[in-house]
Design a protein around this ligand. Sequence first.
Ligand code: FAD
Ligand code: NAP
Length: 337
Amino acid sequence: MMSLIQEWVDLSSLNTFHLPVKARYFLEINHPEDFWPVKSTDKYLILGGGSNILLTRDFPGTVLKVNSRGIDICEETENTVTLAIAAGENWHEVVKFCIDHNFGGIENLSLIPGTIGAAPLQNIGAYGVEFEQVFKQLMAINLYTGEKVYFSKQDCQFSYRHSIFKQPEYKHFLISKIWITLTKHSHTFNIEYGAIRSQLQKMKIKDLSLRAISDAVIQIRQEKLPDPAQLGNAGSFFKNPIITRNHYQSLLHQYPQLPHYPVADHTQVKIPAAWLIEQNGLKGWREGNCGIHKEHALVLVNYGGANGQEIWNLAQMVIASIKKQFQVELTPEVNVY
Ligand code: FAD
Ligand code: NAP
């Protein structure tokens, strides 16, 4: 087994910022359940598709690349189906599998890069749908003991772009299998968010279907977002801040156009970080080899040759600048190492 560990592995093709950092040790994991425990003093990093990480330096410990595969239909009722999916499966391939089988629930989450194993981490979301809506349970391996642990939806403590697995004391759980429950008939189509409805009209689609919604989302995303294969990025770098209603009211005096969206707790509102960055004049800002995308203010990009520390310095400059102008604290959505 030890011979499978590689040394000084270049990670530039394994992170979507294309940062040329190295892993001191590197191990591909095809069967997480067979993984032997590590010491709590060991440094390790669990890696999926590398589309939500910023690597600021060579990683001094072991990178565990999750490569397990398999999608099984494990339970069916008259109206629902439950799939058990190995953590290393590509998220968009899972979406395509569901659409091919007419299983509804994740079509709005089309074309999100990365693996299904990482989906619970930040409760991935897009176009009005969040991963937790289809989530049933997951199995994780406690890397310190080798023990298999099951987490229910309640255990995961999902919230906006967050779950328990983002907390430092849960970082030693390698998510190895995920169960999701989808509809087989009577799908609920969610087309009110953003540009989906107008995109469907543009595509002259009259009969709604899971595939039509997925195609519309794919089209919008391809037009709007930089493709990491062409331009290094990790999607939205910052979360949309959630602020108190009082804070929002005071900002509204100065910025009457400030958009906002209600959150479940009516004492708070969500405001788009991209709007704040654009108002601040930073959209399209470039510093050396990295910058803020000119079409999408939430996306930090590597124009080629940037290192992770430069991107992190840029992110901190954005955070400080937004704090100064709006007294709003932006927090990174991307996981920084
Ligand atoms: P990685 O980047 O490999 O890892 C992310 C974090 O999860 C790391 O901390 C890692 O240690 C941990 N991790 C990974 N796998 C496991 C595992 N099996 N067990 C335990 N921990 C693990 N996100 C959205 O929510 N919505 C979007 O619409 C969206 N659009 C994007 C568009 C673009 C162009 C890009 C580049 C990114 C986008 N993202 C979006 C962010 C990203 O794709 C998701 O967060 C995705 O789930 C990350 O998956 P990954 O496998 O690449 O994770
Ligand atoms: P958009 O549609 O231009 O909207 C801008 C922001 O306003 C979004 O961040 C979104 O918040 C919020 N918003 C818009 N309509 C809303 C509504 N009806 N209710 C609540 N919030 C609303 O956003 P975009 O940048 O093109 O992205 C479209 C979708 O894809 C969004 O859901 C976004 O989160 C997702 N996306 C995520 C990433 C990532 O890396 N995380 C990258 C690209 C796109 P939310 O972000 O909370 O939805």
